[in-house]
Design a protein around this ligand. Structure first.
Ligand code: FPP
Ligand code: MG
Length: 273
C-alpha cells in the first residue's frame, strides 16, 4: 500500500474518532462545543496521531487501542494552537487556513475551548481498557504537555531575552515546546503495543529527534528561529542530519517502513509552502 493510501486510511479513522470524542453542540453550551469542534476538525496534518498509530502497528499493537492516545495527543496539540494564537501570546488571526478560534468565537470562549480540549484529552485516555497502559500514558502525557514539556518550552520562549538566545538555548526551547509532544505521540504507540524497555528507548529517541527536526523545518518555513543563526541551506542540512539520527533509531525494527516514510515526509515539508 502506498504511503498516501495508508495515510488516507488512517486519517479517516482518526477524524472519525476525534469527531466521536468531541462533544456535540448542545443547548447553552453550543458555542464552546462548536469552538472545540472548529479548532480540531477539518484541518491539520495529524502528524502526531499518525506517529502513534505507526509506532503501535510496527510493534504489533491494536489500532483500536492506539487510536485513543493518538486522539488525546491531537486534542492537546489543538488546545496548544488555540492558546498560542491568543492575543496574550502570538496574537495570530489565521490558523489552518481559517480565522483563529478567538477571532471566530471571541477570546473568552477560545481560552475555555483550549482548557476543555486539554481536559478532554485526559478523559479520553481513561477509556483504555488496560488500566496499566492508561496510567503510564497519562503520566507521560502530563509530563510532555506540562512545565517540563510544551508549556515549559513556551514559557522559556517568553522569558528569555531574544538577544540573549544562543543556539543551545533555542534547541532546548524547540525540544520542550514541540519535541516533547511529538515524542510522547511515539512513546504512547509503544506503550499500547507493550514494547520492551529497549524498544521503548529507541522509540523515545526516534520521537525526540523527529520532534526536533520538525521544529527546525517549521522555522525554515516560518523564516524564524533557526534562521536567526544560519541560512536556510544550513538549517536544512541540520534538519536532515537530525532526521537521519531518527531513522537510525528505528533501523533495527522489522516493519519500520512507515516510520521511515513519516520521517522523510517531515523532512520534505521543507519543499512545500
Ligand atoms: C505546528 O504543528 C505547531 C508547532 C510546530 C508547535 C508550536 C508549539 C506550540 C504552539 C506550543 C504552544 C504552547 C502553549 C501551551 C500555548 P503542525 O505543523 O503539526 O500543525 P497542524 O496540526 O496544523 O498541521
Ligand atoms: Mg508561538
Amino acid at each position: 500500500m502506498s504511503l498516501e493510501v495508508y495515510f488516507q486510511d488512517c486519517l479517516a479513522r482518526i477524524e472519525q474518532m476525534l469527531d466521536e470524542f468531541l462533544p456535540k453542540p448542545a443547548q447553552r453550551l453550543s458555542r464552546i462545543h462548536e469552538a472545540m469542534r472548529y479548532s480540531v476538525l477539518d484541518g491539520g496534518k495529524r502528524i502526531r496521531p499518525l506517529l502513534c498509530l505507526a509506532v503501535s502497528e510496527m510493534l504489533g499493537g491494536r489500532e483500536e487501542e492506539a487510536l485513543i492516545p493518538a486522539c488525546a495527543v491531537e486534542l492537546i496539540h489543538c488546545y496548544s494552537l488555540i492558546h498560542d494564537d491568543l492575543p496574550c501570546l502570538d496574537n495570530d488571526v489565521l490558523r489552518r487556513g481559517k480565522p483563529t478560534c478567538h477571532k471566530q468565537y471571541g477570546e473568552a470562549i477560545a481560552l475555555l475551548a483550549g482548557d476543555a480540549l486539554l481536559t478532554l484529552a485526559f478523559q479520553v485516555v481513561s477509556k483504555l481498557k488496560d488500566s496499566k497502559k492508561a496510567h503510564r500514558i497519562l503520566d507521560e502525557l502530563g509530563q510532555a504537555a506540562g512545565t517540563f514539556g510544551m508549556v515549559g518550552g513556551q514559557v522559556l520562549e517568553l522569558v528569555v531575552d531574544p538577544n540573549e538566545v544562543d543556539l543551545p538555548l533555542l534547541d532546548a526551547i524547540h525540544i520542550y515546546k514541540t519535541g516533547q509532544l511529538i515524542k510522547v505521540s511515539c512513546l504512547a504507540g509503544a506503550i499500547i503495543a507493550g514494547a520492551k524497555p529497549e524498544e521503548e528507548a529507541h522509540i523515545l529517541r526516534f520521537g525526540e529527534y523527529l520532534g526536533f527536526a520538525f521544529q527546525i523545518i517549521d522555522d525554515i518555513l516560518d523564516g524564524d528561529g533557526y534562521l536567526r543563526f544560519m541560512g536556510a541551506h544550513e538549517a536544512k542540512e541540520k534538519a536532515q542530519e537530525v532526521i537521519e539520527k531518527a531513522k537510525q533509531e528505528v533501523s533495527s525494527f522489522k516493519n519500520n517502513l512507515r516510520l521511515v516514510q513519516i520521517a522523510d515526509l517531515v523532512f520534505s515539508r521543507w519543499n512545500q509552502s
